[in-house]
Write a protein that binds this ligand. Structure first.
Ligand code: AMP
Ligand code: MG
Length: 466
């Protein structure tokens, strides 16, 4: 039996709708994350058995679970939507792990809820497997992120552009509370609910925070770290709407996300991001924009209005120096340099060269430790000049090997794995997952997964995949 303790379900009524997952026709386990099950104190054998599978598919609600769909609002591409909410997910409940850490267990793709609007509440196998791989890669690299406990095929068809096999992802998160959760109450002038949410978040995520302003400071600092880490991996979230930014600082809602192959700061993959609002280089500014929305929500809780606005503004502006420090540290480590070495100008010079020559982001950094980076440049002279200046600082290969993955889950590999899975072959998915979750390990047989795509393999666009 799973020891649920559902603190969110004890919040006042307007925070959620009670709704059970909708059962599916023929559940089949696609993947189970045993290390994560262990971390949560759950029994992998039980999860993989008939009762566990029924839970992971949404066909049975286990004892102690109190399934709910959470209410939230959000700015989508800058436009405010007062009501979004879990339209294709339910929170089964919260589990307290053996070490005392609390986790949400959520089913994504589990059927309609009162927040589904015109959606079917379902997900197809593609985005489920994509999130499973990418979120676990991010975790392996130490990026704060929601995680994937299981993926289950539903045995049902989901209709998108075509008929596709349905699936359910079991997502594990510190919580699913978003900037948009605060916006949901703020736009309705529900100050009591905002205060209750603030208290809940402080107790759950930031126990050292002493009030709404301090909470804002904590969230700003956490997001600055997370976004800098994304940047250091060439990660593009793709839909940084306020409803897709977690208060915990975890990366959440992997949709049209992608890692860059060839480096350029303006890279965008999402088919719906036509203006490049969420391009790689935009992500820190967008984080500030989102945090300003959170600040706006918290101001009514912060006492006298003018003073509150000043303090909240200052807090949001603290993002820039925190982010820049995190960026310097992350990119410094990628170059094998500690903070004392003032690596920023070197990192910027290298990135400029990479952009000019569209060098592969992952391969250049991974190649610094063994001398292969040079091969990623067609015009080697400027790289050699850079490398001479860099070598003069005595870079530490161990630091580089830790910071730079040998492999990222490349877009073309993910698509290949999804296509095979849809056709009934899970081997490419399993192999890619294994390699992605051991990103620093140079195992023989994985060389092809470290290669950049050939021109005909390049993925130019990714889709929300809802
Ligand atoms: P996203 O852009 O994936 O973060 O989703 C934005 C909103 O659309 C959220 O409120 C989702 O719950 C909702 N949504 C996305 N896909 C579906 C779907 N297939 N059925 C119902 N609601 C959905
Ligand atoms: Mg979302």
């Amino acid at each position: 039996m799973i020891p649920f303790d559902n603190s969110y379900a004890r919040l006042p009524q307007g925070f959620f709708a009670r709704v059970a997952p909708t059962p599916v026709a023929a559940p089949r386990l696609l993947a189970l994350n045993e290390p994560l099950a262990d971390r949560l104190g759950l029994d992998s054998n039980w999860l993989a058995g008939p009762e566990g599978l029924a839970m992971l598919a949404g066909n049975a609600v286990p004892d102690g679970a109190e399934p709910i769909a959470q209410a939230y609002a959000g700015h989508q591409f800058g436009g405010f939507v007062p009501q979004l909410g879990d339209g294709r997910a339910v929170l089964l409940g919260e589990v307290v792990a053996p070490d005392g850490a609390r986790f949400d267990i959520q089913l994504k793709g589990s059927g309609p809820t009162p927040f589904s609007r015109r959606g079917d509440g379902r997900a197809w196998m593609g985005p489920v497997l994509r999130e499973y791989i990418v979120s676990e890669f991010m975790h392996a690299m130490g990026v704060p992120t929601t995680r994937a406990l299981a993926a289950v095929a539903t045995g049902e068809t989901v209709w998108r552009e075509s008929a596709l096999p349905g699936a359910v992802l079991t997502r594990v998160a510190a919580s699913h509370i978003r900037v948009g959760t605060f916006q949901f109450f703020a736009v309705r002038d529900k100050t009591d609910a905002l205060a209750a949410l603030t208290d809940h978040v402080i107790a759950r995520h930031y126990p050292t925070a002493n009030g709404p302003l301090s909470l804002l400071d904590h969230v700003v600092a956490r997001q600055a770290e997370t976004i800098a880490h994304w940047m250091a991996l060439g990660f593009i979230h793709g839909v940084m709407n306020t409803d897709n930014m977690a208060i915990s600082g975890e990366t959440i809602d992997y949709g049209p996300c992608a890692f860059m192959d060839a480096y350029h700061p303006d890279t965008v993959f999402s088919s719906i991001d036509r203006a490049g609002r969420y391009a790689w280089a935009q992500q820190p500014q967008i984080a500030v924009w989102n945090l300003a929305q959170l600040a706006t929500c918290l101001i009514p809780l912060m006492g006298e209005r003018d003073a509150a606005i000043d303090a909240a503004t200052k807090s949001v502006h603290s993002f820039a120096p925190l982010y820049q420090a995190a960026w310097r540290r992350r990119f410094g480590e990628k170059l094998g340099l500690t903070e004392a070495a003032d690596a920023q100008p070197l990192a910027e010079r290298l990135l400029t060269l990479m952009a000019q020559q569209r060098a592969d982001f992952t391969r250049v950094f991974a190649g610094l430790a063994d001398g292969a980076a040079r091969d990623e440049f067609t015009d080697r002279a400027p790289f050699d000049a850079w490398a001479a200046d860099w070598q003069a600082r005595n870079p530490d290969p161990a630091l580089m090997r830790h910071a730079n993955p040998l492999r990222i889950p490349r877009n073309h590999r993910i698509e290949e794995a999804i296509a095979a899975a849809v056709a009934g072959n899970l081997d490419p998915f399993r192999r890619l997952f294994d390699a992605a979750t051991h990103p620093r390990e140079g195992r023989p047989g994985w060389e092809d997964l470290a290669a950049a795509p050939r021109s005909e393999q390049i993925v130019h666009q990714t889709f929300c995949g809802t």
